[in-house]
Ligand binder design. Structure first.
Ligand code: ATP
Length: 284
C-alpha cells in the first residue's frame, strides 16, 4: 500500500536533512506507527506521502500511485487527519463536511453519520468557530474519513483529547482497520502505538532506526522484570527484580524459599523504554 525507498528531504535554506534516506513498506490492512520525538521528521515524511510536499530524493508509491507523478486519483484513495485542526470557522460542522464532500469524485460517507460517529451530531448546525479544540480535532478527524479512504494518515489522532473521547477515537481506528483500511499513524505516544499498531518504525533526526512489531520489540529488547510483594514479620515489602540479572535471580529465589508471597507479576518493558534503549533518545 505504501512503498518508499531512500526518501530524503531538505527544507529550503536548511543545512540538515529533515528526512534522511528513509525506506519502508506498509502492507494492505496494516496499522503502521511512525514514532519519534518532536522534529524527528514524521510530519515531513507524512507530507511527502500525502502529496503536500514534493518528493526530492528517493522513490515512493502510495496506493499504487507514483509519488513523482501524483494525480487527483490518489487523493480519492487517501484520508489525512492533521494534528492541527484546519476547519472553516464560519461554516457549521455539517457544512464543513458537505463542502469537502464535493471535492471528491468518489463515493463518500454521509456527513451526519460521520458526525454521529465522532459525537458531534448534536452540534451539527453550530459554527466550527464556537467549538473547543477537541471538537475541532474530532471534526478534522471525521472529515478525513469522508471519502472512505483505502489509506488513512493520522497525525497524533488522540493528542489533546480527554481520555473518554480519545478512547472513542481509538475504537473508530480499530473498527476501520478491521473493515480493511490501511493506517499510517504518526505519533510520539507509545501507549497508543502499542495498542493500535501491527508494526512500528522508530525515527530520530530524519533517520529510520528500526522497524518491528511491538511484540517482537518487547521480546528482543525488553528485560523481563517481576514485581513481587511478600510478608516479612508483620510488614509487607515490594521489590522489582530482573529475571535476567544473576543477583536479582538469587534474590527472587530466596524470597520464594522463605514463603509468604502476597503478589507476583511479570512486568514487560514499555515501548517507550525500548525506544530510549534503541535510539538513545526520549520521545519529547
Ligand atoms: N517548513 C519548514 N521549514 C524548515 N524546516 C522545517 C520545516 N518543517 C519542519 N522543519 C524541520 O525539519 C525537521 C523535521 O521536522 P518535522 O516537522 O517533520 O518533525 P516531526 O517529527 O513531525 O515533529 P513534531 O512531532 O514536532 O511534529 C525538523 O528539524 C524541523 O525543524
Amino acid at each position: 500500500m505504501i512503498k518508499v525507498s531512500n526518501l530524503t528531504y531538505v527544507y529550503d535554506k536548511s543545512d540538515h536533512k529533515a528526512v534522511d534516506d528513509v525506506s519502508f513498506e506498509v502492507e494492505k490492512g496494516e496499522v503502521f506507527g511512525f514514532l519519534g520525538p518532536s522534529g524527528a521528521g514524521k510530519s515531513t515524511t507524512q507530507g511527502i506521502l500525502t502529496g503536500l510536499l514534493p518528493i526530492q530524493g528517493g522513490e515512493g508509491s502510495v496506493a499504487g500511485h507514483d509519488l513523482r507523478k501524483i494525480s487527483s486519483e490518489m487523493f480519492n484513495s487517501i484520508g489525512v487527519s492533521f494534528e492541527q485542526s484546519n476547519v472553516y470557522g464560519k461554516l457549521t460542522a455539517l457544512e464543513n463536511l458537505e463542502f469537502y464532500r464535493k471535492l471528491f469524485d468518489t463515493d463518500t460517507m454521509d456527513p451526519m453519520e460521520l458526525l454521529k460517529l465522532v459525537g458531534l451530531d448534536h452540534v451539527s448546525k453550530k459554527r466550527a468557530s464556537t467549538f473547543s479544540k477537541g471538537m475541532k480535532h474530532r471534526l478534522t478527524f471525521a472529515r478525513s474519513m469522508l471519502n472512505k479512504p483505502e489509506i488513512w494518515f493520522l497525525d497524533e489522532p488522540t493528542t489533546g483529547l480527554d481520555p473518554a473521547i480519545g478512547n472513542q477515537i481509538k475504537d473508530i481506528i480499530k473498527e476501520k482497520n478491521q473493515e480493511g483500511t490501511t493506517i499510517f499513524l504518526t505519533t510520539h505516544n507509545m501507549f497508543i502505538a502499542d495498542e493500535l499498531c501491527h508494526r512500528v518504525g522508530f525515527i530520530v533526526d530524519g533517520k529510520l532506526r528500526l522497524i518491528d512489531s511491538p511484540k517482537n520489540l518487547k521480546l528482543k529488547y525488553g528485560e523481563k522484570m517481576i514485581d513481587i510483594e511478600y510478608r516479612e514479620g508483620d510488614r509487607s515489602i515490594k521489590e522489582t527484580l530482573s529475571i535476567i540479572e544473576d543477583n536479582d535471580r538469587h534474590r527472587l529465589r530466596s524470597i520464594i524459599d522463605k514463603g509468604e508471597i502476597l503478589t507476583m507479576h511479570t512486568k514487560e518493558a514499555t515501548l517507550e523504554e525500548i525506544f530510549i534503549k534503541v535510539t538513545g533518545r526520549g520521545l519529547v
